[in-house]
Design a binder for this molecule. Structure first.
Ligand code: DC
Length: 227
């Protein structure tokens, strides 16, 4: 498979910093950005809105097939996500939103339903694609694949700080448990599990500031003549 425009695949578990790095990269290159996790999160949210259980595979698949989702950037530069015209940006980013996304993402027909939609994000001049299976399935011919990871305890700590800064009361051990549960579900599912592509550059960001991760990624971008 060859693409008309270049793609950089950025995969990894939640809290690895891939969202931040992908944003920085897309902005730096002036490329489009696909936050594929947001699509799975919106499917989970749409199910909640329609009273559909995340485990009802056929009903969830119908939701994914007809998903009415829109992304737009606010004047403040924030990415706003709406479902059926309703702003769901805040809801999809909660811990429950993450659990819902991870549960519906384990249904193969849901993944199939979202495949083409994800590929449609690829337009000139290029795409930074953030997810779990960007390098292994959705854009398996991407000229650069990054797999960003960090220890579960470091990722829990980062999430804890984010939520505390937002004024939420959370428990660090509970967050660690949630992260480990989500990692297990995302990594052990039969279809498109969270694994690095064979040709991915693996970066462990546990003891690295995001600026350093970004600098390393940029080096790989330059090596391939993508910028
Ligand atoms: O990247 P995120 O935390 O927003 O993703 C939420 C969940 O969606 C994640 O736990 C697994 C699922 N997901 C997936 O299975 N495949 C993707 N490409 C992106 C996300």
């Amino acid at each position: 498979m060859t693409f008309a425009s270049p793609v950089i695949a950025v995969d990894g578990p939640s809290g690895s910093g891939k969202g931040t790095v992908s944003h920085m990269l897309a902005e730096h290159l002036g490329w489009h950005l696909l936050d594929s996790g947001a699509l799975y999160r919106v499917v989970g949210q749409a199910c909640l809105m329609e009273g559909i259980s995340w485990n009802n595979a056929s009903a969830v698949t119908e939701v994914a097939r007809h998903l009415d989702v829109a992304f737009r950037v606010s004047d403040a530069g924030e990415v706003l996500v709406s479902c059926k015209g309703i702003d769901v940006s805040a809801q999809i980013r909660t811990e429950e939103g993450g659990r819902g996304a991870s549960t519906v993402a384990a249904i193969p027909t849901v993944r199939e339903a979202l495949l083409q939609r994800q590929r449609e994000f690829l337009r000139p001049p290029g795409l930074v694609a953030d997810g779990r299976d960007m390098g292994t399935v959705v854009f398996c011919a991407a000229p650069l694949k990054i797999f960003l990871t960090a220890s579960a305890s470091e990722r829990a700590e980062r999430r804890y700080k984010q939520l505390i800064a937002k004024g939420e009361s959370v428990s660090l051990p509970r967050l660690l448990e949630d992260i480990e549960e989500r990692d297990a579900r995302d990594s052990n599912r039969e279809f498109s599990p969270l694994v690095p592509a064979e040709d991915a550059i693996v970066i462990d960001s546990s003891a690295m500031p995001v600026t350093e991760v970004f600098a390393q990624v940029l080096l790989e971008v330059e090596k391939r003549g993508l910028a």
